[in-house]
Design a protein around this ligand. Structure first.
Ligand code: PPE
Length: 309
């Protein structure tokens, strides 16, 4: 990763190299952390963070699901995010707020541990590669199932749950694919290791409902609204594996992945990025870079000039 100057840790800016934690940290041992992934884009009116408060509200929801008291409010974390962007002076960056049970007592119970909160920011290009964003990626349905709703509160973007994603993407990558799609135990399409999934068939766009153990993606919500506005209503309905293979178009959404077309699933050709995918991808990238008046309320403009400006 590309290092930047400062990291915000529990209310202070520390040098990148000094942002350390103790090896006895509870979150390291038991995966008891929650996090967010947010992008800041360069726009004609300066850097703007996309749907910042929505991401921070999801962080708060994740905390609640892990019985965690966040020691900072959404407003404080919003201000800290803007300050960090200013301090690091990057017009475009990815923001990674993370909160975790810290150093105090080991043992699975979180009693006796503080909650530490950190925000990192660094430049992060196309998550699945520039070529993937342009020409589409090759995906494999994972043999690992998405954790069920009574195994893990999937609405929480919690660190520990990502072992599920890590196994799926490791399996896919080792078999030569770019990304994995996970199914639920019942065989319904859930999400990618770090993205939500959309299918286009005979002009109808469908995405799995929140009950299929997916992360309630903010990009998913953005795309549903943008697509609807473009005259493509999105249906939230269960999909099975063969719906992917027989689709006219399939794409994935995520803060990191943005709108990434899928050109092949399990060695079945879907084809190059189709017209609906390209229309939505363009509208999404225009929106996040300030090109749409209609959705300008989603842009949270930096309150401070970048360092050195
Ligand atoms: N599902 C999963 C499992 C997931 O991790 C993400 C985000 C999404 C769906 C899409 O959510 P949203 O970003 O709100 O649209 N994955 C984040 C982390 C990726 C990583 O490798 O780290 C992201 O896109 O930032």
């Amino acid at each position: 990763m590309r290092e930047t100057e400062k990291i915000w840790m529990n209310g202070e800016f520390v040098d990148w190299a000094d942002a350390r934690i103790h090896v006895g940290t509870h979150g390291l041992h038991y995966g008891t952390g929650i996090f967010e992934g947010i992008r800041c884009y360069e726009t004609p009116k300066g850097p703007a963070v996309f749907r910042l408060t929505d991401h921070l509200h999801r962080l708060q929801d994740s905390a609640r699901l892990l019985y965690m008291d966040l020691p900072f409010s959404v407003e404080e974390l919003r201000a800290a995010s803007h300050e960090l962007i200013g301090v690091n002076g990057l017009p475009e960056c990815y923001l990674r707020p993370i909160a975790f049970y810290g150093y105090g007592e080991l043992g699975v119970s979180t009693a006796g541990n503080p909650v530490d909160v950190v925000i990192m920011s660094w430049p992060w290009g196309a998550y699945l590669g520039d070529d993937g964003l342009r020409n589409g990626i090759r995906v494999k349905v994972s043999s690992w199932k998405r954790v069920g709703p009574n195994t893990f509160p999937h609405a929480a973007k919690a660190t520990g749950i990502y072992v599920n994603s890590m196994l799926a993407v490791a399996e896919a990558n080792r078999a030569g694919y770019d990304e994995a799609v996970l199914l639920t135990d019942d065989g319904f399409v859930a999400d990618g290791s770090g993205e939500n999934v959309f299918v286009v068939k005979d002009g109808q766009i469908t995405t799995p409902p929140l009950s299929t153990s997916i992360l309630p993606g903010i990009t998913r919500d953005t795309v549903i609204q943008i697509a609807q506005d473009l005259g493509h209503p999105v249906v939230e309905a269960n999909l099975i594996r063969s719906d992917l293979a027989l689709a006219d178009e399939v794409f994935m959404t995520g803060t990191a992945a943005e709108v990434t077309p899928i050109r092949e699933i399990d060695d079945q050709t879907i084809g190059p990025p189709g017209p609906v995918t390209l229309e939505i991808q363009k509208a999404y990238l225009d929106t996040v870079r300030g090109g749409s008046e209609r959705w300008s309320h989603w842009l949270d403009y930096a309150t401070r000039a970048p360092a050195g400006a």
